[in-house]
Design a binder for this molecule. Structure first.
Ligand SMILES: *Cc1c(COP(=O)(O)O)cnc(C)c1O
Length: 406
């Protein structure tokens, strides 16, 4: 085993500089706590950006992974495998879906969804039916197609020419969508709750409005639930909360609880357009990944776990609102379930990341969503005692930031 000592300082010598990681390096995790190289502990309100849905080193997930590791790791899509078939069946049983495609990341699941929508339009209506309507401030991943559909131009800067035929409307503004949708539209793509864009939930009626527009123009409706899915809102998928069913749904992040895996769910009719040979992925549907995801879905879909998300959400929301009030820093705490965005007051605009740094100093991990929102996405089963401890630590972190500001 390679035991060469490593430190944060090495990052700049050996890694591409596209990230700017924190000064600490966590080495171990258990439940909603992680420990760094010096043995300091942190309460994890970040969940690896909505990924570690059942916390760190969950015994059930460790068991599923090690059990599968001793059977078979990888085959190829020349053959199918038992964990992939079981997981696909489970996802079909628990959702609107009738067909599943597996991938390894959110971007890849979305890439599959967008390619499927194009191919569906081409096959059923002709090549002119290829336009995609998406939203400003949305995020769908970092491949060239997904940053092009995403509504944050800074992620595309310097990478053009981008794929064409993509239009951006304003989130929660149906009129702006109506102006862009036509018979040329093959799909409308939306996050039911914009995650990276600031934890912005769809307004009542907005998603139904998109459903109606898609139906009127014979376009597909795609929900990107990479962040909002897998129990995060207290529903297995957020579309259930909104009561609006898409034609395609993408899932990743929380699906593997920290193991890379993603899925694109769709109907049997739409799935037909990804016929044999049209699309693929070496690792998609890998037995290890699917065995872990199976355990995640079996656990998260239990009514007690989903109910627990709503309860924990109330505790965390109340605690953050109280801190916000005490220091006068939050305009509101928005979001659903355990995807919460604490919106900074105007005086604090641009300072969201200061809370991440101060949080680390005080032993609590939080996230940002843009410059003005502190985002929380902890484990769906975070112990209440860790919520309390994390809130106490965050209170001290805020005192630091506000002290510096004064
Ligand atoms: C994180 C995220 C993605 C991208 O997922 P990756 O696994 O990083 O490729 C796509 N869509 C949404 C909504 C996300 O939050």
């Amino acid at each position: 085993m390679n035991t060469q000592p490593v430190s944060r300082g090495m990052f700049d010598d050996v890694m591409v500089p596209n990230y700017a990681p924190a000064s600490i390096i966590p080495v171990r995790g258990e439940g909603s706590r992680v420990w760094d190289q010096d043995g300091r502990d942190y309460v994890d309100f970040a969940g690896g950006i909505a990924v570690t849905s059942l916390g760190h080193a969950h015994p059930g997930l460790v068991g599923a992974l090690t059990d599968q590791a001793q059977r078979i790791w990888h085959l190829s899509n020349v053959m199918t495998n038992e964990p992939a078939l079981r997981l696909a069946k489970t996802l079909c049983d628990l959702t609107f879906a009738e067909r599943v495609f597996f991938a390894n990341s959110g971007a890849e699941a979305n890439e599959a969804a967008f390619k499927l929508a194009r191919r569906w339009g081409w096959e059923n209506h002709g090549p002119e039916k290829h336009e995609i309507v998406a939203f400003r401030n949305s995020f769908h991943g970092r491949t060239l197609f997904t940053v092009s559909v995403g509504g944050q131009p800074k992620y595309l800067e310097g990478f053009e020419p981008a794929p064409g035929g993509i239009h951006h409307a304003d989130f929660n503004d149906l009129a702006s969508v109506e102006a862009l949708v036509s018979e040329r539209t093959c799909a409308i793509v939306v996050e039911p709750i914009q995650g990276e864009g600031g934890v912005m939930p769809a307004a009542p009626g907005f998603l139904q409005g998109l459903r109606d527009l898609a139906d009127k123009h014979q376009a597909l409706l795609i929900f990107d639930e990479v962040q909002s899915g897998v129990g995060r809102t207290g529903y297995l998928y957020a579309y259930e909360h909104y009561g609006v069913t898409p034609d395609i749904l993408t899932s990743a992040k929380g699906l593997g609880g920290g193991f890379p895996v993603a899925a694109m769910l769709t109907t049997a009719a739409v799935a037909k357009s990804l016929g044999f040979g049209t699309h693929g992925s070496t690792y998609g549907g890998n037995p290890l990944a699917c065995a872990v995801a199976q355990k995640v879905i079996d656990t998260v879909s239990q009514p007690a776990v989903l109910k627990g998300v709503k309860h924990r959400s109330e505790l965390l929301r109340k605690g953050m609102m109280a801190i916000g009030k005490k220091y006068g820093i939050f305009e509101e705490v928005r979001g659903e379930g355990l995807l919460l965005g604490c919106v900074l007051t105007e005086a604090m605009h641009g300072r969201a990341k200061d809370f991440v740094g101060a949080g680390m100093e005080e032993g609590v991990l939080v996230l940002v969503a843009g410059g003005n929102v502190v985002r929380l996405a902890p484990s769906l089963i975070i112990p209440e005692s860790d919520i309390d401890e994390g809130l106490e630590r965050f209170d001290r972190a805020v005192a630091r930031v506000v002290g510096q500001a004064g």
